[in-house]
Every structure is written in C-alpha cells, then in structure tokens.
Design a protein around this ligand. Structure first.
Ligand SMILES: *Cc1c(COP(=O)(O)O)cnc(C)c1O
Length: 475
C-alpha cells in the first residue's frame, strides 16, 4: 500500500486563503518561500486512504476474536457515547470535589457495585490495568506484613499462572515459589502444603484458572493459607466466568483485582487504556491506594488519608473514561450479569465438546469461560500450533492465544465470550475441524498461511528480534 505522500497529486486539498489575501504586513523573513510539502488530495481520496489503512486492522467488529484469557467481547457503543459526554470528557482532574460531584458520584457508585460483585469490603479504582492491580495488591501484602512486624519473603504461584503474576510479585520484592498442578489441572494440595512455612506472605491464584478449570479445592486452600498467617490474592481476569454465581470473598480471598476492560466490556488491545480496580477485605481497607471516593455530609469527596495506604497508584482519578464505560455496561446489564457468565461458559463448553475428537484435550473436564486444547496430534504431521493460528487468519478469525498456559504442549486457548451467536461458534468449529483435516491430508496449505492478510507469512524469529515497523508492507 502507498503512503499518503506517495498518493499525493496536484489537486489542492484545501484552500487556506484567497489568492488576493494581503501578506505585506508580515515581515519578509517570516514568509515561507517554498511549498510546505504536505500531501495534496481531495477530501474523498483522504477518506479512502484512511479507510484502506483501517481495513488492514483486525477488530471485534470485523470477525470472531477468541483470544483466550483476554475476553475480547463486544463493547456496546452506548458506553462510548456516555464516556464522550461533555461533562465527563472535559472536566479537569484538579477541579475541587464540590465542582465534580457527578464524576465522583459515578466513581462512588462503581466502587459500591464492584463491592457487591466481588464481595469485598472496600475498593480503590486507581490501578490502570490488571497487572497494575496485581502490583498494587502485592504492595499491600508487603506493607501489611511490615506493619505487623513480620518479614515474609515468598509468594506462591501456580505453574499455570498468567505471566504477570510472578512479574508483579517479583517487582514488589518477593521471591516466587511455584506450586505444581495435579492431573485435573488444579493446584496440587499436597504440593502446596509442602511449601508452607512462616516465610510465605501470600498465594496468587485465578479461579477459574488459566486452563479455564474451576479450582474445586479453593476453600481448603484458603483455610491452609490463613492458618499459615498468609494472604490470598485473586487475579480477577477470569471474572467473566463467575459473575453472580460466586465471588472471591466467598472463596476466601483477601485482595482482588478486576480487569474492567475485560469483564465489563470496554475496548482494549493495542495497549490502550484499561482499569484494574482492586478490592480488599475489611482489615486491609486502610492499605488501599488513594484517593478512594467517599460520601459524607451530602458530598462525594476524594479521601487521600488512609493511614497505611501504599500511596498513589496512578495520577488523579485513575483512567476515568474506562470507569464510565464499565459503569454504563454494568448498569445496562443489571442482574443479567449472571446470564453473561452462563452464556460465556456455555459457549466455551459447546466449542470444546465439538473439537475434542480432532484435537487433543489435555484436561478433559467441564470448562468455565475458556478452554485449552493441544495441537500435539497435528504436530506429529508437521503442523504446529503457530501454523494453525496463522491458518485461522485466512478465514478472517483472530488466532486464539497460543503456547499459554505453559504447562500444555502446543497450547491453543480459546475464549469465545458470551457475545457470539451459535452460528459464529458453529462456523469456528467447522473451520477448526477443516484445519485438522488439512493437517492430515494437505499440510502444505496450512504451512503457507496466512494467504489473505496484508502481511503474509513472516519470519517469527526475525520479527521478534529485528522488528521492521516500516510502513512499506511489501518489504
Ligand atoms: C489479562 C490478564 C492479566 C493482566 O491484565 P492486564 O489488564 O492485561 O494487565 C492477568 N491475569 C490474567 C489471567 C489475565 O488474563
């Protein structure tokens, strides 16, 4: 594709002033002698250029996006309208509390509703993403033991965990201890017991875990940890599976983050803004990042004075626009949030059951909102999971998450989400089955994929080591 400079022709795209406009009041030395060098095109050609560019992107509006663990569900456009209301868009974070009562009211209500959904006793909306919530949570764990006068150094993390978990705990200064999964894809209780001592500050878990499997022994785990004087951290990225059915408080967790941009349907991807509010139980309330929004004497106000607070996790309000979108989504759904989880779980199981003959299913258990299959059978024919992912792109499907979690060989992690119709799920199933047949009979066609995208097959190693981010797609 050509750049806009290359497409430029001699049309005057825009007339800044009349030919006859007087410039003699401007000193000669300030007048431009040469042409400015901006591309010249008609308005229509400019629009076509940008449309062509945007067509090169993939997005949820363009096709099925089963990217496991990322919950790429539909983001209702009404959320965008609300986040773009003048009163939200144009307020300044330094305005006084009394002048931003509407915004603070919204934040207060969001805190309250997240308390209900998570079961936690207090919420801070500060952190900007899931990983940021984890880091804030780990700072709370650290400070909690400091205040108690204990020096606990270890954080236990299951071998199936998302990479951000060990990264966050390590950044907060902890040593990471890995606990193995058992044959059912769940935390091995005996292995966990053998790791417990007075040096263990916390365990970080997600439930359902990254295999999409519900940890049945979570109550026993929380009892073990609490008896050991340790805390339990809940990675809430998989909340889409459990809303209204259970919550981390009931499971015995002390600290939780929620990815508003995943579960509560605000656009994400490309590193754009997210929000990872954290919730805590009663005895950790004073450790939350500030400000938290409170209501007193008829006024909503920001409270910066929590005695043990870990401080600011983010400037001002946090990512306010994301908070508006999430709140709008939650209000719109109401008690149908429960239905969201039902459909998310149903959709995942439906696909899993149809794929498990042709693809290896390493943990043959009922799944929650996502599941993990293995490309092992196809690998024997010389077709890797990476090849399968690329082949899906030829059918206008975003590849699932691959090679994660690490404990499954040739992992393919599929999360359809609740916003997909049965027709789309069937279409995906048929394409996956067709690819499995191709692996048996015609592997060449998979190995040459993708064939329909702007950028064709690339050298993965070179792309990672020496990324060529040039606009020249043909090079
Ligand atoms: C997405 C995700 C995270 C990290 O969340 P970000 O908002 O991307 O920082 C952590 N854990 C799990 C299981 C996730 O899926």
């Amino acid at each position: 594709m050509k750049t806009i400079f290359e497409k430029s022709n001699n049309v005057d795209g825009i007339n800044f002033f009349d030919e006859g406009m007087k410039t003699d009041f401007i000193s000669e030395k300030f007048l431009r002698a040469d042409k400015i060098g901006l591309p010249q095109m008609s308005e229509l050609e400019v629009l076509r250029h940008y449309k062509e560019l945007s067509d090169m992107n993939f997005c949820i509006e363009k096709g099925f996006y089963p990217l496991g663990s990322c919950t790429m569900k539909y983001n209702p456009k009404v959320n965008e309208m609300l986040a773009n209301l003048d009163g939200f868009l144009n307020i300044h974070p330094l305005l006084k509390d009394k002048d931003v009562q509407g915004a603070l009211h919204l934040m207060y209500n969001l805190q309250e509703v997240l308390k209900t959904i998570t079961g936690m006793d207090a919420i801070s909306l500060q952190p900007a993403a899931g990983a940021h919530g984890e880091f804030s949570g780990m700072m709370i764990v650290k400070k909690y033991f400091e205040v108690k006068g204990e020096n606990r150094k270890k954080v236990i993390i299951p071998d199936s965990a998302h990479g951000t978990n060990p990264a966050s705990a390590k950044m907060a200064g902890f040593d990471i201890i890995e606990v193995k999964s058992n044959e059912k894809g769940q935390v091995d209780i005996e292995a966990l017991k053998s790791l417990l001592d007075n040096d263990v500050a916390a365990i970080m878990m997600t439930n359902p875990n990254t295999l999409g499997i519900f940890e049945e022994n979570v109550l026993e785990i929380s009892e073990l940890m609490h008896k050991n004087g340790s805390l339990l951290y809940y990675d809430g990225a998989n909340f889409n599976a459990i809303m209204g059915y259970t919550n981390p408080k009931l499971m015995g967790f002390d600290i939780v983050h929620i990815n508003l941009h995943k579960t509560f349907s605000t656009p994400h991807g490309g590193g754009g803004p997210g929000a990872g509010p954290i919730g805590v139980v009663e005895n950790l309330k004073d450790f939350l990042p500030v400000p938290v929004v409170e209501f007193k004497d008829g006024l909503y106000h920001r409270n910066y004075n929590l005695i043990n607070s870990i401080g600011n996790a983010k400037g001002f309000f946090g990512n306010f626009g994301v908070l508006v979108r999430a709140y709008s989504y939650i209000l719109m759904m109401g008690d149908k949030l429960k239905r969201v989880s039902e459909d998310a779980v149903l959709n995942a199981n439906y696909i899993k059951e149809h794929l498990k003959g042709k693809y290896k299913l390493p943990y043959d258990e009922p799944c929650m909102h996502e599941f993990v299959i293995s490309g092992d059978k196809q690998k024997e024919k010389g077709v890797s999971t990476l090849n399968i992912a690329k082949r899906l792109m030829d059918s206008n499907i975003h590849p699932p998450t691959i090679y994660f979690p690490l404990i499954v060989h040739e992992a393919i992690m599929v999360e359809p989400t609740e916003t997909e119709s049965k027709q789309r799920l069937d279409e995906f199933i048929n394409i996956m089955l067709k690819i499995a047949d191709e692996a048996d009979n015609n592997p060449e066609i998979i190995l040459s994929a993708p064939n329909t995208t702007t950028i064709k097959k690339i050298d993965e190693t070179l792309a990672a080591r020496k990324p060529n981010l040039s606009f020249r797609t043909e090079e």
